[in-house]
Design a protein around this ligand. Structure first.
Ligand code: RB5
Length: 144
């Protein structure tokens, strides 16, 4: 269990967003593991990358994940098929903050096509800097 560890993955549509996230996470001093993909030009299938990230988180429960595809939708759906994943598809700083505060999300997903660098960094900062509130929110999570 490593609280300082971040796994990142994307499909081709999310590649550029993943690269921005990777740079930010490295600058923050996180231990980063880039699970691909490695190019925006080669078409790949987002479930393969969501599943790879989920497999790593299963053995590394304290770690967090970042997933990016074109819209963020497909890759978040795929990730949430895994019971140990609470993947939040976020669009801005507020949704990223609430994903931690209320949902104890362990994976942040966002759109690579509709998020600019400023938005991505704002979401990452909120995701990493917000602690889970617990209490009534834990009860709700227990019912998932
Ligand atoms: C790939 O073209 C695109 O469908 C994918 O990145 C994502 O947006 C799916 O939800």
């Amino acid at each position: 269990m490593q609280a300082n560890k971040v796994y990142l993955a994307s499909d081709h549509g999310g590649f550029k967003g993943k690269e921005i996230a990777l740079k930010y996470c490295k600058e923050r001093g996180f231990d980063c593991v880039d699970l691909g993909c490695n190019s925006p030009e080669i078409s790949v299938d987002y479930p393969d990358f969501a599943n790879a990230l989920a497999a790593h988180l299963e053995n590394d429960k304290g770690a967090k994940g970042i997933l990016v595809c074109g819209s963020g939708i497909g890759i978040s759906i795929a990730a949430n098929r895994h019971k140990h994943i609470r993947c939040a598809l976020c669009h801005d700083e507020n949704t990223a903050m609430l994903s931690r505060l209320h949902n104890d999300a362990n994976v942040l997903a966002f759109s690579g096509r509709f998020s600019d660098e400023k938005m991505i960094i704002a979401m990452l900062r909120a995701f990493f800097d917000t602690q889970f509130e617990g209490g009534r929110h834990q009860r709700r999570i227990d019912k998932l």
